[in-house]
Design a protein around this ligand. Structure first.
Ligand code: PMP
Length: 426
């Protein structure tokens, strides 16, 4: 069956035909490509057409698809048992690797997804501080748990408004939203609720409204404010963790240390893994060491652990991140130059191996309000032309493109050739 036939069938049995909304390609005006297989930097659809992949499963495949050490470790583990529901040496090894790499993480608990990681970290922050309210930023995504699916509109900054039906207003009201890169918007919330805010959670480098550069003064301001008001600072590094440096964003800005951090994506090398960790005194509140309950049948699953261990080992190679970041800068700047040549207004935001080209007339994109000035129709046309020419980009203006260790010079050249054609077609 080809992608079109598969999508028709899928819609009969799966809501919207997909198991996660953005995969439906709804915002880019075309039907989704169904994937048959992937290897290295390439992904192949049901018709056998190959694309250069800049989605990388939305971040985990930092080494490329089918990385030999990961595959070998998975095969070797598979015959030793797929799941035990009991502790293993593998869990200890991955936990130790995380703690050794990230100075702010002294203890870590494995879960199965980024959603679980952030949801559990917030429960822990509430349990630890004995407070109910949390602060998040407009445009930051932390998974689909109830309290985090809140994005206040411009008139409703004080009390959360559920964006999704099914989130009780009584619950969402505990989620306060602020503006990214705007410390005053956070301070206002603290002044209004000085003793009620359990934590501030943010993507230190947002990727879920497209890539945004965090202002350093904003980040240190958050640390000072949370300390002043007795609130915890949580870095959601599900996307940036082990991607922007061996210790994620925290490696780029060691001056700002969060109390808790959340992980996903790269830490599982493509298998379903999430993790949350931080200071020992806080982490020891988690069951069975402490009273804050959190559990998981498949948590610390041995297959997921070996994929994570091998992925972190491979990224530890000397020069891995420097080379990856340089390629990402090279590609994204060359794409930006091509668009400039044909007079297409845009802003390129690139940090390490994450980048977004916003099709906006703004001079810069620093928060959600800036990001939504983008011409999403134009992005859709660009996306479709790139796809047609063999380049698989994230199917939304408000996502990050991911570069991986498997992308070659040849891939970069082919991507730029596709970009030239796409730019002309716009
Ligand atoms: N936090 C961030 C920063 C993310 O990017 C994502 C997923 N894109 C999540 C949390 C949720 O992770 P998951 O989809 O694994 O539940």
């Amino acid at each position: 069956m080809n992608s079109k036939q598969l999508f028709e069938q899928a819609r009969q049995y799966i809501p919207g035909g997909v198991n996660s909304p953005v995969r439906a390609f709804a915002s880019v005006g075309t039907d989704p490509v169904f994937i048959d297989s992937a290897f290295g930097s390439k992904i192949k659809d049901a018709e056998g057409k190959e694309y250069i992949d800049y989605v990388g499963s939305w971040g985990p495949m930092i080494l490329g698809h089918g990385y030999p050490d990961v595959v070998d470790a998975l095969l070797r583990q598979m015959v030793r048992g797929i799941s035990y529901g009991a502790p293993t040496e593998l869990e200890v090894e991955l936990a130790r690797m995380v703690c050794e790499r990230v100075p702010s993480v002294e203890m870590v608990r494995m879960v199965n997804s980024g959603t679980e990681a952030t949801m559990s970290a917030i429960r822990l922050a509430r349990g630890y501080t004995r407070r109910d309210k949390i602060v998040k930023f407009e445009g930051c995504y932390h998974g689909h748990s109830d309290g985090l699916l809140v994005k206040a509109g411009s008139g409703a900054l004080t009390f959360g408004v559920p964006t999704s039906p099914g989130v009780p207003a009584d619950y969402a009201k505990h989620t306060l939203t602020a503006t990214f890169n705007d410390l005053a918007s956070v301070e206002e919330l603290f002044k209004a609720h000085p003793e009620d805010i359990a934590c501030v959670i943010l993507e230190p480098v947002p990727g879920n409204m497209g890539v945004i550069h965090p202002d350093k003064a904003f980040m240190s301001g958050l640390r000072q404010l949370t300390e002043k008001y007795g609130s915890l600072l949580i870095f959601d590094e599900v996307m940036s963790g082990f991607r922007l440096s061996p210790s994620g964003y925290q490696g780029l800005n060691p001056d700002v240390q969060p109390d808790l951090s959340t992980y996903g994506k790269v830490i599982g090398g493509g298998l379903p893994v999430g993790a949350y960790g931080g200071k020992k005194a806080i982490m020891e509140m988690i069951s069975p060491a402490g009273p804050v309950y959190q559990a998981g049948t498949l948590s610390g699953n041995p297959l997921a652990m070996v994929a994570g261990i091998q992925t972190l080992k491979a990224t530890a190679r000397e020069g891995f991140y420097t080379e990856l970041d340089a390629r990402s800068a090279q590609l994204s700047q060359a794409m930006s130059a091509i668009l400039k040549e044909v007079g297409i207004p845009h802003v390129l935001n690139q940090l390490g191996s994450m980048f977004t080209i916003f099709f906006t007339e703004q001079a810069s994109v620093n928060n959600f309000a800036d990001a939504v000035t983008s011409d999403t129709k134009r992005f859709g046309a660009f996306f479709r032309a790139m796809l047609e020419n063999g380049v698989y980009l994230p199917a939304s203006q408000f996502e990050a493109c991911f570069m991986g260790g498997a992308h070659s010079d040849k891939d970069i050249d082919a991507t730029l050739e596709a970009c030239r054609k796409a730019a002309k077609a716009l």
